[in-house]
Design a protein around this ligand. Sequence first.
Ligand code: SF4
Ligand code: SF4
Length: 439
Amino acid sequence: MSTIVQSICFILFVGGCSYIAFRGFRFVYRNIKLGRKEDLTDQPGERLKTVLLIALGQKKMFKRPIAALLHLVIYVSFVITQIELIEIFIDGIFGTHRIIYNAWEHIPALRGLYVFAINMIEVLSLLTFIVTVAFLWRRDLLKLPRFNMPELKGWPNLDAHIILVLEMFLITNIFIMNSFDMAAAHGKYGFWLSGMLGQNWEGLNEGLIEVFEKIGWWGHLAGVMAFLMYLAYSKHLHIILAFFNTYFSRLTPKGYLPNMPEVTREVKLMLDPNAAVEPIAADAPTKFGAKDIFDLSWKNLLDAYTCTECGRCTAQCPANLTGKLLSPRKIMMDVRDRMEEVGSIMDANKGVWQDDGKTLIENGYISVEELRACTTCNACVEECPVNISPLDIIMQLRRSLIMEDSNSPNEWNGMFANLENNGAPWQFSPQDRLNWEKE
Ligand code: SF4
Ligand code: SF4
């Protein structure tokens, strides 16, 4: 293939794939923007620190050191492999071969750096291959409980497998490419692992060696592009969104449950008609709590797209551990599924929303039973490695159930009446509170 033809094929292929990927990311971005406004831009320094610690430093992952270490291998390997990818892109555009190595041919120190980087990539790639096999073993043979829950049946399980297999495909192609390159150059590049592998190919016909090197090169590129196009439809979107999600973390104390300003205002006026209250904002919500994704904030929706489906939240949820229907991971997955449904309807109607008569509550999404099971203990928020709050969504949906639909069990209704009349959950008048003293 002549250089110019190769460059044109490369540019058309990468351009086409990037456009498809862009459409996927645009779909996700538009869906997140369907949420209510919420300002989370204060304290930029603190937010940056959160990104460095939680997303980049993976601090919360290390609560489970073995899983964290395995994940770290994949993560570091993913980051460092980009060096080789940059070279693939430059070679692809200009029709060159190993441009970085050759450009630095006369600067031994820089060439040494390049060879060192590729060797690191190969070592990490080999480790990643082993970790990927371990992840498959953990899911399919060891059957770890948190990866075998009802919400992971079907597509989520397939999604996890697709990425793991794609990972192995990418690594295999790196070794095909590098080892046949080493065979063609008789070890000139000095790559350790692919050098050992390449010795086995040196007896082959030169033309065949070149063909296999190209297969590895195009195979790796195709794997990267497939990954990019697939990302918007997969839980692996977290490799990008985790950084945004941690930046826009809520910085209030973990146990803080926000009041509804519209209710707080009314209560203040009931207690004191002359109380100084904020005027009702023009864009104030017209209902209590949330029924559908439009009533949740954009941060709740970003949370849902960032969820890695790791199940750490569910594994610590006391409601789930005591056999209740609730799984905080499923809450996040349901919100994302509903966003995808709403987004598809809007796309089919030229971007205009046509009510489909459904909401997030029931309709195959989150059931009343799940919402009632939450103890608001916050364990799911504490556990989440990317600062997601399933609790915030549960509370908003439950507020809607109770305040909009009066949908609460009798036991709760009694408590609500007591709170309203007695200022406490018990059936005693406030005046009788100190009666115990008289006895
Ligand atoms: S806050 Fe609710 S959903 Fe989260 S862990 Fe506690 S009980 Fe489970
Ligand atoms: S909410 Fe967080 S802890 Fe729960 S499954 Fe998603 S990423 Fe994991």
